[in-house]
Design a protein around this ligand. Structure first.
Ligand code: ADP
Ligand code: MG
Length: 307
């Protein structure tokens, strides 16, 4: 099968962990799980989140701003694609070599076109980077930042526009015939089209929505979202929580409107699966990374299908 996998943040860096060796070990464990699918002959394109990594790059820039001019957020996004791509590419190459496989693994830096009139640009919602004290707010506002308050701290929020087009998709499609491809990290580098130019914009595209677009454009058989829960639950976190083995898109739409799936976590995953299933009439799966092989066979996680 041709499969697009969207990896959650936990597959790369454990929450709160800054240590490089822990980061490396986490990525190696992820590569170990994914190699199982590659060895069984599936062709993968992998996309991934970048929250903690791009947050760190952004913070490093802020700290050293007097010596080196900070780069725009979309350049930090590109840096994070390179960094995470390298980490995962290297870990997968090592894992595949151990198992006697010589399937090449490559990373493609990718730009994703968004609409400059996307309403998200007027309503930034995606928190990024460090937490700041109320004292630093006036200075931060002079940089043009929009800040949002959580508890007593402030954080920068940026727009999260919808992904419309993956610029490098034809190259990714060709590479996927013979290689494992890592691409569209962090939802891709957001750009707008102006005549012949692609111009980077400040924002963060949701990685699950970008993953769905990638899966549709690559015309894959299966779209998998791997995260830190074993599937989709009704009444998640409550005493009567219930895991769903199968979820039809009509039920998914109903549960979305009943606010079963929060906008910052499960909501975009469900929306991404609905888009893929509706467009391709194939199935999508939301599962935990540990269960990736059985989830690809439809026996773990939550399968989202037409109906
Ligand atoms: P990722 O980093 O993998 O993209 P997120 O943290 O954004 O993951 O989303 C996964 C989280 O969604 C789970 O850890 C869980 O806490 C939360 N969640 C919210 N609602 C649900 C639900 N209905 N079913 C399962 N998980 C849910
Ligand atoms: Mg997360």
């Amino acid at each position: 099968m041709k499969i697009v996998i969207a990896l959650g943040g936990n597959a790369l860096q454990k929450p709160g962990s800054q240590d490089f060796n822990t980061y490396k070990t986490t990525v190696a464990q992820t590569a170990h799980q994914l190699a199982g699918l590659i060895i069984s002959g599936h062709r993968l394109t992998i996309t991934h989140g970048n929250g903690p990594q791009v947050g760190d790059i952004f913070l490093q820039q802020e700290i050293s701003a007097k010596q080196v001019t900070p780069r725009p957020l979309y350049v930090c996004g590109a840096e994070s694609q390179g960094q995470i791509g390298y980490m995962l590419q290297s870990a997968l190459q090592c894992e595949l070599a151990k198992r006697g496989s010589s399937v090449p693994v490559v990373t493609v830096i990718s730009q994703v076109v968004v609409d400059k009139n996307d309403p998200a640009f007027k309503n930034p919602t995606k928190p990024i980077g460090a937490f700041y004290s109320p004292r630093s707010v006036p200075k931060l506002k002079t940089k043009g930042w929009v800040l949002s308050k959580t508890d007593k701290k402030y954080r920068r929020v940026v727009p999260s526009p919808r992904p419309l087009e993956i610029v490098e998709v034809d190259a990714i499609n060709t590479l996927m015939e013979t290689c494992v491809v890592i691409t569209c990290g962090g939802g891709g580098i957001p750009v707008i089209r102006e005549d012949d130019e692609l111009i980077g914009v400040e924002g963060v595209i949701d990685k699950d929505l970008c993953g769905a677009l990638l899966a549709i454009k690559l015309n894959v058989d299966l779209f998998m979202i791997l995260t830190d829960v074993d599937g989709v639950y009704l009444n998640y976190g409550k005493p009567d929580a219930k895991k769903l083995d199968v979820l039809t898109i009509s039920d998914a739409n109903r549960f979305l409107s009943e606010e079963q799936f929060p906008p910052g976590s499960m909501g975009p995953k469900i929306e991404a699966c609905i888009q893929f299933v509706q467009e391709t009439r194939r199935t999508a799966v939301i599962a935990s990374l540990e269960n990736v092989v059985s989830a690809s066979e439809g026996v773990a996680g939550t399968t989202i299908l037409l109906g």
